[in-house]
Design a protein around this ligand. Structure first.
Ligand code: NAD
Ligand code: UFG
Length: 335
C-alpha cells in the first residue's frame, strides 16, 4: 500500500514526502526534474533517514507510468506535478495546457486502469479569480482566471468533478493553496527557482544574499493598510501537513469530492514581509517602489474554517518562522 507523489522533488512535494516518511508511510515518488533537481532525493533521505522508491519519469509517458503502477501497490496519489509560473504560462500556453492538463488526464487514465481512485490535487487560490472581496471561501464559484496557468488549475478541478459524477468510486480532494513560503528547518530543501524569481519570498531571499541588488515593490497605492499588496502566506511545512490530513479524510470517507483552502486566514502586506524578514534575520532588504504588476489583486486571503472543521488542520507557523526558515535555506544554497 503505497502513496504515489507526482512532482515529489519539487518545492511543496518534497516537504510533503518528508512528512509522509516521518509517519512511516510507504511512498513512491516520480518527477521529471523540469523544475527540480535529483539532489532533492538524497536530501529527503538525509532529513528523514528513510528510504523510498524514486522514478525519473514524465507524466506524459504513459507506458512508463503504467510500469510504476504495475511495480507498486499504489492506493492513493498526491498530484503536485505541473508547471507553475504565471508569466511563463502567458508566453507558452500550449506547453502549460499540454503538461498540466494532458499530464493529469494520463495520470487519471492509468489510475483508473489500476483501480486506484483516490487523488489529492494541488490547486490554487487563483481559481477564485477576482471575487470583489478579499476573503475566499470554498462556497464561492470558481472565478475568471487571468492566465493559462490558472486556467489549467480551474480546468483540472472541473475534470476531477466530472470524473466523480461519472464514477462515484472516486475519492478526490482539491486543495487550494494560498502563498506557500518558508522551508524545512534543516535548510536542506526549500524554494529555489531558476533565474530571476517571480514570487516575493524567493526574490527577497536573493536580495538578502546579495545576488540581486534590490526588491521592486509592485505598487504602494492599493487600498490596503500600507498601500502594498496583501496575501495569505503559509509555511510550506504547514501546507505539507495539510496533505496528511487530506489523506486521512479520503481514507475515512473513501469517495466524494472535497475542496479545501489551505491558508492561515491572515493577510500580510509586502512591507510586512520585508520588515519581518529584516527584523528576524537582522539583515537589510533594499527596495524601491515600482508600478503595479499587471493582473495582481490588491488583497486576498483564505477563510480556512472548512479545513479546520473537516480536516482538523490549522496552520501553526507564523510570519517570523516563515522569514527565518526562508533565510536559513537561502544561505545554504549556491545559486
Ligand atoms: P515545483 O515546480 O517546485 O514542483 C513541481 C514538480 O513537478 C517539479 O519538481 C517538476 O519537475 C515536476 N513536474 C512538472 N511537470 C512534470 C511532468 N510532466 N512529469 C513529471 N514531473 C513534472 O512547484 P511547487 O511550488 O512545489 O508546486 C506544486 C504544485 O502546487 C503545482 O501543481 C503548483 O501549480 C501548485 N501550486 C503551487 C503554488 C506555489 O505558489 N508554489 C501555489 C498554488 C498551487
Ligand atoms: N511582489 C512584489 N515584488 C516582487 C514579487 C511580488 O511586490 O518582486 C508582490 C506582488 O505584487 C503581490 C505579492 O508580492 O502583492 C505576492 O506576489 P507573489 O508573486 O509572490 O504571489 P501571487 O500572490 O502573485 O501569486 C501566487 C502564486 C500563483 C498563484 C497565486 C494564488 O505565485 O501561482 O499565488 O493566489 F496562482
Amino acid at each position: 500500500m503505497a502513496i504515489l507523489v507526482t512532482g515529489g522533488t519539487g518545492y511543496i512535494g518534497s516537504h510533503t514526502v518528508v512528512e509522509l516518511l516521518n509517519l512511516n508511510k510507504e511512498v513512491v515518488v516520480l518527477d521529471n526534474f523540469v523544475n527540480s533537481s535529483p539532489e532533492v532525493v538524497g536530501k529527503i533521505k538525509k532529513i528523514t533517514g528513510k528510504e523510498f522508491k524514486f522514478y525519473e519519469l514524465d507524466l506524459l509517458d504513459k507506458e512508463k507510468l503504467q510500469k510504476v503502477f504495475e511495480e507498486n501497490n499504489i492506493t492513493e496519489v498526491i498530484h503536485f506535478a505541473g508547471l507553475k509560473a504565471v508569466g511563463e504560462s502567458v508566453k507558452k500556453p500550449l506547453e502549460y495546457y499540454s503538461n498540466n492538463i494532458i499530464g493529469t488526464l494520463i495520470l487519471l487514465e492509468v489510475m483508473r486502469k489500476y483501480n486506484c481512485k483516490k487523488i489529492i490535487f494541488s490547486s490554487s487560490a487563483t481559481v477564485y479569480g477576482d471575487q470583489g472581496v478579499p476573503k475566499y471561501v470554498e462556497t464561492m464559484e470558481r472565478g475568471k482566471t487571468t492566465n493559462p496557468y490558472g486556467t489549467t488549475k480551474s480546468m483540472i478541478e472541473k475534470i476531477l468533478e466530472d470524473l466523480y459524477i461519472s464514477d462515484k468510486e472516486w475519492g478526490i480532494v482539491l486543495l487550494r493553496y494560498f502563498n506557500p513560503v518558508g522551508a524545512h528547518e534543516s535548510g536542506l530543501i526549500g524554494d529555489n527557482p531558476n533565474g530571476i524569481p517571480n514570487n516575493l519570498m524567493p526574490f527577497v531571499q536573493k536580495v538578502a544574499t546579495g545576488k540581486l541588488p534590490e526588491l521592486s515593490i509592485y505598487g504602494n497605492d492599493y487600498p490596503t493598510k500600507d498601500g502594498t499588496g496583501v496575501r495569505d502566506y503559509i509555511h510550506v511545512v504547514d501546507l505539507a501537513k495539510g496533505h496528511i490530513n487530506a489523506i486521512e479524510k479520503l481514507n475515512k470517507e473513501q469517495t466524494g469530492v472535497y475542496i479545501y483552502n489551505l491558508g492561515t486566514g491572515t493577510g500580510y502586506s509586502v512591507l510586512d514581509i520585508v520588515n519581518t524578514f529584516e527584523k528576524v534575520n537582522n539583515i537589510k532588504i533594499p527596495y524601491k517602489i515600482a508600478p503595479r504588476r499587471a493582473g495582481d489583486l490588491p488583497e486576498l486571503y483564505a477563510d480556512p474554517t472548512k479545513a479546520k472543521e473537516e480536516l482538523n488542520w490549522v496552520a501553526t507557523k507564523n510570519l517570523e518562522d516563515m522569514c527565518r526558515d526562508s533565510w536559513n535555506f537561502a544561505q545554504k544554497q549556491n545559486k
